[in-house]
Write a protein that binds this ligand. Structure first.
Ligand code: COI
Length: 419
């Protein structure tokens, strides 16, 4: 056995460590983790008071919001926090946005040990800066970290640091309707060694990106292709976690459906062709029931579905509507169900004019209506309204965006900066 391999074995963490906050989230989210042992109390957690700030000297020119291509423009600064197995979380640093220094042996480059989150910051008409339900992202990031044996952390401390970063670069937050600042917290394993195991070093970083619509076509309906040759997630797999490794295998299937003239994959699971997710979004379907009421359905969190923040928000708003706190513009009674849906049910409902609409939800895309699904050689057509939105997705989107941007008061919106 080589010396470096021995050193790697010795320096690797003995087992996956799950802190209480991860255990709580997994209990409430229904996500089961493989292991569940000691806490990380002996190692330093993220310490906001140690923050170092290195200001950028030359401010970058800011492009006009209208011309922004999603994910291609970054603000002046970024946050980095190193972690090591010996000392835990090190000094947080806000520094000019720029390249990271990584050894070619860094394990993230070989074994895809990377997790990420998607959040957004908004600036309202009074100049107040807000985040939308950021506590949910912090909890989910910890769950993702634990799933691939990356270190967990104090989510409140990371959130404080993100607020400081957003405050510093708040001039970058676009204010056009539908625009915002996308926040991308990421963690990677940086152990300098070839070998699969829990890393002895990791890096958490956060970058900021002024954005408009996620899809190139703007806020218009998208077309889907019911994909059965490739799977995004399987029972017992990692579909319920926000891991980089869940996304790379979807790129070829997406390219292939693009060549057929569709925008995104509709991931169908198993021989029954259960609907799971849409491209990189959660999925909702609205059926008309026999009594004329509408049913809003989304697949349950069975381990294959990402517990999306927007998914949870849509469910909450729809449940509030069904309990009497009506969504503006939606007069129908709806029942809200988390249940499995087969593609045959969608097709049959479309044929009987009982399919009211189908849409995706996600932080990046917000709410994205679907107008057709290519399935087994034919197109299933989905109704959409004159503005592209459906009768449920439209009111849901308006309420959601209102709460996100502060025009509708809500405790989901966290003010982080007053003008
Ligand atoms: C998000 O919706 O925030 C996501 O993380 C999806 C991503 C691929 C843009």
């Amino acid at each position: 056995m080589s010396l470096s391999f021995l050193r790697l074995l010795r320096s690797s963490r003995p087992s996956v460590l799950y802190s209480p906050r991860v255990r709580d989230y997994t209990r409430t989210s229904g996500i089961r983790l493989l292991n569940n042992d000691a806490s990380q109390a002996q190692l330093a957690d993220i310490d906001v008071s140690k923050l170092e700030v290195i200001h950028r000297k030359d401010k970058k020119p800011q492009p006009a919001s209208a011309g922004l291509k999603f994910g291609h423009t970054f603000s002046d600064h970024m946050l980095t926090i190193p972690w090591s197995v010996e000392s835990g979380w090190g000094t947080p640093q806000i520094r000019p946005y720029g390249p990271l220094e990584l050894e070619p042996s860094a394990t993230v480059l070989h074994y895809a040990q990377t997790i990420f989150e998607g959040m957004k910051a908004y600036k309202d008409e009074q100049g107040r800066v807000t985040l939308f339900r950021p506590d949910m992202n912090m909890r989910r990031m910890n769950t993702s970290a634990a799933r691939i044996a990356l270190p967990t952390f104090d989510g409140n401390a990371l959130l404080e640091l993100i607020k400081k970063l957003v405050h510093l670069d708040k001039e970058w937050i676009p204010t056009l309707p539908g625009y915002s600042m996308y926040i991308r917290p990421t963690m990677i394993a940086t152990q300098k060694a070839i070998g699969v195991g829990p890393p002895n070093e990791a890096l958490l970083f956060v970058i900021l990106c002024p954005v408009g619509p996620y899809y190139a076509g703007g806020f218009k309906p998208v077309s889907l292709y019911g994909t059965t040759d490739y799977v995004r997630a399987a029972p017992g797999g990692t579909g319920a976690f926000k891991l980089g490794v869940n996304y790379a295998p979807g790129i070829l299937p997406q390219k292939l459906v693009g060549e057929k003239g569709y925008a995104q994959n509709l991931w169908l699971h198993g021989p029954e062709h259960y609907l799971t997710e849409v491209g990189t979004m959660n999925l909702f379907v609205v059926f008309e029931q026999d009594n004329g009421d509408w049913e809003l359905v989304t697949p349950p969190l069975d381990g294959m579905i990402l517990p999306g923040v927007t998914r949870d928000s849509v469910l909450t708003l729809a449940r509030e509507h069904s309990q009497g706190k009506k969504l503006d513009g939606l007069d129908r009674k709806i029942t809200v169900t988390e249940r499995s849906v087969k593609m045959s049910e969608v097709k049959e409902a479309a044929e009987k004019n009982k399919l009211i609409e189908l849409f995706g939800s996600g932080t990046a895309a917000i709410i994205s209506p679907v107008d057709r699904i290519g399935y087994m050689g034919e197109d299933v057509h989905i109704p959409t309204g004159p503005d592209g939105m459906g009768p449920v997705s439209g009111p849901v989107l308006r309420e959601l965006v209102g709460r996100q941007t502060g025009t509708i008061p809500s405790d989901w919106s966290v003010v982080i900066d007053e003008p």
